[in-house]
Design a protein around this ligand. Structure first.
Ligand code: DAH
Length: 338
């Protein structure tokens, strides 16, 4: 019995091949389910007691030899494959997995590009805000009913500290530190205590815009937005619908004309052909005053939009949650810059 094992060991050590199929056959004949190793292990029972130890040792040596041999031959095979590919001058280059920007970053950068081209600067503020900058200075004093429009996350230990509900807080900070002329946009992350659904998320992104100078009029606002929508959507038809925001007077919501050509157009525009893309208005004199700017000398406009909403329109994405799941199969589709 033990001699049979030794014979196998010699054969295994002597075996060599560069042929994938021969190697596989070798593997099956030794290490396969019905292979030699298993049948020898099964024969172990019949070996006389005094030979069991020597037999067992020899069998283990054989098993290790088989495993090592298979590993060695297979790795030679792989190396040979890689070498062959590398030495082939006609091969296509290895596809390098490059990363790409998140669609929200792509859209944000595009918006920034459009506004910086007409002289807007970029400003930022903290995500953890105080009541003054997020609400009170924006003409939303304590107990103002419009505070309910934005479900707020408060920091439990201090009701004065909260997660900003909009980037309008940055316009307050900017005006406190700068005198007109002011032309700035503020992109950033905002937080609201909303139930997550296909259309709402509790963390999302906005871009706020602010223009303050002498004699700024509603016509300037409209023209700026016209330029913006034309640059971003290639579509110049917009309309301003009267609306209400505490920090602007008058206030409006901006719709772009989307069209009514397909079934999807009907669905997403609710049959009107128009889509709301942002809020805007003339900065309320109270806000200017709160921020140390003389409303008798200066006037201005402001606007605010959600980046997710714009990205969903541009890319025809129907579920906002996709932006936050970070599934590479989704993210990889946005390689092209807008
Ligand atoms: N802050 C508003 C919101 O989060 C958006 C907004 C509307 C900003 C009108 C503005 C504005 O500056 O003028 O819903």
């Amino acid at each position: 019995m033990i001699d049979r094992v030794k014979e196998h060991l010699e054969q295994v050590n002597a075996f060599t091949s560069k042929d994938a199929q021969a190697i596989e056959e070798f593997r099956i004949s030794y290490a396969g389910k019905k292979g030699i190793l298993n049948s020898l292990f099964a024969a172990f029972r019949e070996v006389p007691a005094d030979e069991k130890k020597a037999f067992g040792q020899e069998l283990n040596t054989l098993k290790t030899a088989v495993t090592d041999k298979i590993k060695e031959l297979q790795s030679q095979l792989n190396n040979k494959g890689v070498k062959a590919i590398l030495s082939d001058p006609t091969r296509t280059p290895f596809p390098i997995q490059t990363g790409n920007r998140h669609p929200l970053a792509v859209v944000k950068n595009r918006i920034i590009d459009i506004f910086t081209q007409i002289g807007f600067t970029i400003s930022e503020g903290p995500e953890i805000e105080d009541d003054w900058h997020n609400f009170t200075a924006l003409n939303l004093p304590e107990y103002h009913p419009a505070r309910d429009m934005q479900d707020t996350f408060f920091i439990q230990t201090d009701p004065d500290i909260l997660l900003r509900t909009h980037t309008s807080s940055v316009q307050v900070r900017y005006m406190e530190r700068n005198q007109p002329p002011i032309r700035t946009i503020s992109p950033g992350r905002v937080f609201r205590n909303e139930a997550i659904s296909s259309r709402a998320h509790c963390i999302f992104h906005q871009v706020e815009g602010l223009y303050i100078a002498k004699n700024v009029s509603f016509a300037d606002l409209k023209q700026t937005l016209q330029y913006f929508t034309e640059s971003l959507f290639g579509n110049s038809k917009i309309r301003l619908r009267p609306s209400y925001f505490p920090f602007t007077e008058p206030s409006a919501e901006v719709d772009i004309y989307w069209g009514l050509e397909t079934e999807t157009d009907y669905r997403i525009t609710k049959g009107t052909g128009w889509l709301e893309i942002m809020g805007c208005g003339m900065v309320d004199p109270n806000v200017l005053e709160n921020c140390g700017i003389d409303p008798n000398e200066y006037s201005g406009f402001a606007f605010g939009m959600g980046i997710e909403r714009i990205a969903m329109l541009l890319y025809q994405i129907s579920d906002i949650r996709l932006f936050f799941e970070n599934d590479v199969r989704f993210l990889k589709q946005f390689k092209a810059t807008l």
